[in-house]
Design a protein around this ligand. Structure first.
Ligand code: AMP
Length: 492
């Protein structure tokens, strides 16, 4: 990479919004967009599509949820239309575009999108990822596909088994490059890049641009155009962030209280550990809240089933770790809850970016105990915003309950506290270990969260004295359903 050109397209919100018709896409692609109900490209699409169509390398700064999949899939399909043919011969359908993703879920979702956008063309696509039988993947590869979506490990398995030839790849996409590096895929990536023809177009997308990412970009992008969409902090403007001050031992009850209080549907709860996610999910189930965990120890089929159940509304809460959630194409959720504050402040931005998209408002609630104080300070520094912890109105934690009960009878009825500690410790890696608990406690302020909500002129006037978390409250906001997986057709 010799230099980087920054896309100079003005972000003029007063101008007529761009339309997909402006890009000169082929009629079968326009038909697919009409099927999806898309009319206006998202900002990343408006910027990336013309640049990819011109054949430039791209370095795209965008997260899942911005429409980035279509920003590369649509121009790729358009560029490959020149090769589209209906021949039955596999030789006439070599892999011409390779999309690498860090997780199976993301691979699957990108593949669903590519299938939807190319459905009226003769172009073929398939997806290969680990954790499932290789045989059907091999059969699909053998019959020939122009667009291949893959996770790095399984892709290399196929290369080794000689079921895949990448020598005619013209376009290479690296999606969520930062997460690829986090997950230790760098050696695999280098191996894969070496298998590709030297002459090709490269597109790299990453939510963050660390020095490592820039180094990787420099190693394989050629004069890339840098495309950035509104920074994540802009997303945060539409999200009402509330940090609740709770004792560590009260966090599970606090999640139940929050979920019950608003009768919330389609909530993504983040846990820092796999065991923590499973336990919280079980605890929610015990309280009659339909929940499922999603994390790296779950099989691919279990993850897919949980996601599908969340999508179709048969469960209301998905309890996820960051790695598992990163690949999920879940947009416009009404609410995310941080059961744990993340160890990396950037993950906080990713998490809350799951809500408040596309002009919609969303809630991001975080539980903060004494041990989370330093993590909260890191987050505040990153987002340049003060997040003062407040009391959770109407919630009485265990210590408060116990102090009001002279006999402390309840303690003996609740064994989880002592049972929980060893495994919670064991589930964390050394680098994940929570930081010192001796940090100063955050200032406590009793603020009713109602006052932290953005002004909503369409809402009827409400009695401000009523606790906002009252389950029976007639003033509770209407439940907003998420837009999930593959756009319009899949919206619940
Ligand atoms: P992505 O960032 O690619 O994961 O996309 C997030 C969600 O937005 C997916 O559900 C897409 O189907 C949907 N989407 C992508 N592009 C558009 C568009 N131009 N208009 C409406 N929805 C879109």
């Amino acid at each position: 990479m010799t230099d980087i050109t920054t896309d100079q397209t003005a972000d003029d919100s007063s101008a007529t919004p761009p339309r997909f018709d402006d890009f000169g896409l082929a009629p079968p692609i326009m038909q697919a967009l009409a099927d999806q109900g898309y009319v206006h490209p998202t900002p990343i699409q408006a910027k990336a599509i013309p640049i990819v169509l011109q054949g430039h390398d791209v370095m795209g700064a965008a997260q899942t949820g911005t429409g980035k999949t279509a920003s590369f899939s649509l121009p790729i399909i358009q560029l490959l239309m020149a090769h589209a043919n209906t021949s039955a011969s596999p030789a006439r359908h070599p892999v011409r575009a390779l999309v690498l993703t860090p997780t199976r879920e993301l691979a699957d979702q990108v593949a669903e999108n590519v299938k939807a956008y190319s459905r009226h063309t003769p172009l073929r696509s398939t997806v290969v990822f680990g954790g499932v039988d290789m045989t059907p993947q091999t059969a699909a590869l053998r019959s020939g596909v122009e667009i291949l979506i893959a996770t790095p490990g399984r892709l290399l398995d196929h290369v080794q088994q000689k079921t895949l030839n990448l020598s005619q790849t013209e376009i290479f996409v690296m999606d969520e490059a930062d997460r690829m590096l986090d997950m230790g895929f760098l050696p695999d990536l280098q191996r894969i890049i070496n298998l590709l023809p030297k002459q090709r177009q490269n597109l790299m997308f990453s939510a963050t641009f660390s020095p490592e990412i820039k180094k990787l970009a420099a190693s394989f992008l050629d004069k890339p155009v840098l495309i950035e969409v509104a920074r994540s902090n802009a997303t945060a403007d539409r999200v009402t962030q509330v940090v609740y001050r709770v004792d560590e031992e009260d966090k599970r009850d606090a999640v139940v209280h929050l979920l019950r209080g608003r009768d919330l549907k389609q909530v993504l709860v983040f846990s820092n550990t796999k065991i923590g996610a499973s336990r919280l999910s079980r605890e929610l189930e015990r309280h009659g809240i339909k929940a499922a965990p999603i994390h790296g120890d779950k099989t691919q089929n279990e993850r897919m089933a949980a996601l599908e159940a969340f999508k179709n509304g048969s469960i209301d809460v998905l309890v996820a770790t960051d790695v598992a959630a990163r690949g999920l194409d879940i947009a416009e959720l009404p609410c995310v809850i941080n059961y744990d504050l993340p160890y990396s402040a950037e993950d906080y931005v990713h998490r809350i970016g799951r809500t408040g998209r596309a002009g919609a408002s969303g809630d991001a609630w975080s539980l903060c105990s004494d041990k989370d104080v330093r993590l909260l300070a890191d987050i505040e520094k990153l987002i340049r915003q003060k997040l003062t912890p407040v009391e959770l109105v109407g919630f009485e934690g265990r210590s408060a309950r116990n102090s009001g009960d002279k006999n402390h009878a309840e303690r003996s009825e609740r064994p989880e506290r002592s049972e929980r500690r060893p495994s919670d410790r064991g589930d964390r890696t050394a680098s994940d270990r929570p930081r010192s608990a001796s940090a100063p406690a955050p200032r406590r302020e009793k603020i009713d969260p109602w006052f932290l909500k953005p002004y909503e002129p369409s809402e009827p006037a409400q009695a401000q004295t009523e606790p906002v978390l009252s389950k029976s409250s007639k003033t509770a906001p209407p439940i907003r359903r998420a837009a999930l997986l593959g756009g319009g057709g899949n919206k619940t």
